[in-house]
Ligand binder design. Sequence first.
Ligand SMILES: [Zn+2]
Length: 525
Amino acid sequence: MRMVVRYDDGMTRIAGVPAEDEAAASAVLPDGGRPVLDAGVVAQLREVLAEGALPGATDTAAVPKETLTAWVDLLGEVEKVKHTVAAVQARVAVALDEATRASEEKQGIRKERRGRGVPSQVGAVMGLSPNAAASFLGDARVWVQQMPCTFEALRVGALSEWRARIMVRETSHLSAEHRRMIDELVCGDLRALAGLGGKRLTARVNELAARLDVHACVKRLAKAESERCVSVRPAPDLMVYLTALVPMKQGIQAYAQLKAHADAVKGTGDERSGGQIMADTLIERVTGRNKADQVPVTVNLLVSDETLLAGGQAPGVLLEGSAAGVGAVPAQVARELVAAGVDADAAWLRAIYADPQGRLLATTSVGRFFPDGIMSLLRARQHGVCASPYCDAPIRHADHVVPHGDGGATSLGNGQGLCVRCNHAKQAPGWSQSVLPPDDPEARGRHAVETVTPTGHRYLSVAPEPPRPVRSSPVHRGRHPRSDRGSLSCASAPGPISRPRRRLRRRRAGRGVDLAWALPPDRKP
Ligand SMILES: [Zn+2]
C-alpha cells in the first residue's frame, strides 16, 4: 500500500513527503511496499491533512457540483481515517502493554502489579485521563485478542471507535467463544454495518447474546442491579448533576411520582415550572427539609483575603472533593457561601500563607498536625485535583515527588496530591519525577513536577494559579504595599482540616464552612 496525495499543482506524492525526498521515502516502504508505522511519517500525513488546500474553495458563490461531490467524499474519507487511527492506537497500546508486562515479568514483579504504569503512559500521550486510558486499553485488548472482525472493521474505517466499544461493552458478560461468534455475526460482513447506529447495534448484539447464553444475560442484569448508586458531578453555572443509577422499574416509578406531584402542585397555582417543582420535591424528600434551599451546604472554597473581607472581585475556587466539584465561583457567590456558614455558626477559618507571587507556603495547622497540614495545602495548591497531566480525579494520596526512600523530603515543595491510580502508576519500574525550580521558565513561578516515563517521554504538570488578592481601593493599596499581598481561602465541607476540627464538625453536624486565607510570611502570627 502506498499512500499518495494529490496536490493543487497536479503532482502526486507519497503522503507529506516532498517530491525530492520521494526516494528517501522508500525507506518507510520495505517488505514489498508495506509501510512501517512511524511517528514522523504520521506527523507528515497529519500536516497534509491540516495544511492541505480545499479543492475549488476559491469562489464559494459558484461552486460546481463536482466540487461539492469532492467535498462530501473528503468528509467521508477523513471520517474513515479517524476510525483507522483508533485501530492503530489500539494496536500500539496493546503492544506497549504486552511488552511492558513481559519486561516486568523478567524483573520478577508480581503478576497483579505488572503493567500498572501503562494506562498513565497511554493517557499522557493521548491527552486522556489515566482512567479513560485504562478503559481504552481494556477495549483495545479485546478488539486485538478476541474480536478480530470488529477490529478489522475499525481498521478499514467501516466502524467508528464508539460503535467498536459498544461491541466490547455489550459482550463483556459472555465467554470468549460466544464473543467471537457475535463478533463474526455482526462485523463479519462490513456492508451490513452501513447505516447501523449505536442503538440498533446494541439491540442486535443483545439479541444475539440472549440467544447464545440466557444464563449469562440474567447474571448480567443481576450484576447491573447490584451496581446501583448515586453520584454527583459538576455542571456549568454552579449547578451539579445529581444522578441515581437504579433499576428501570424503580427509576420510572420515582420519576412518575415526581411528575404527578408537580402537576398537582401546579394546579394549585404554584408559579414554579414543572421541572423546578420536581427538582425541589426530590431534594425536600431526600433531605427531610420542607424547603429545598434550607439544606446544609458543604463545599471547599479557596478565596483571596480581599475577596472575602474587603469586597475584592477576584473569583474563588471550589475545590475538587467537595460535593460541588471543581470550578471558579464569582466573588459575590463566594462571600454568600461563607456568610451562610457563619449564619449557621458552623464556619471554619484557616490561614494559608502565600509569598508575594501567590505561591502557597504554609498553613496554620502545619505546626501541630504536620501530615494534615501538608495535605490541606496540597489540596489547596492543586484545587483538589490529582497533579498528573489530564487526570481529573480527586486527590486521595499525599505523595513524595522524589520518594522518601530516595532521600525526598516530607515537605510542601516535594509533595503533590495524587489519585490512587496515578500514585500506583509512578511506582512502576522506569518512572521518575522531579520538582522544577520555581525560576524555571516552564514552572511559571508555580509548583511544577516533571515526570519521565519508562520510554523517556517527559510531561510537565504545573499547579494552577491560586486566587490572587486584589486591591479594592487606592486607600487600601496605600496601607498594604504590593509585597504584602496575600490570598484568602475559605472552604465549607469535608475538607482538609485538622483532627480537633473534624471532631468539632461532627458535633455541629450542620452547615460547615472552613475558611482559610493566605498572608505574606512576615505577617504570620
Ligand atoms: Zn490521577
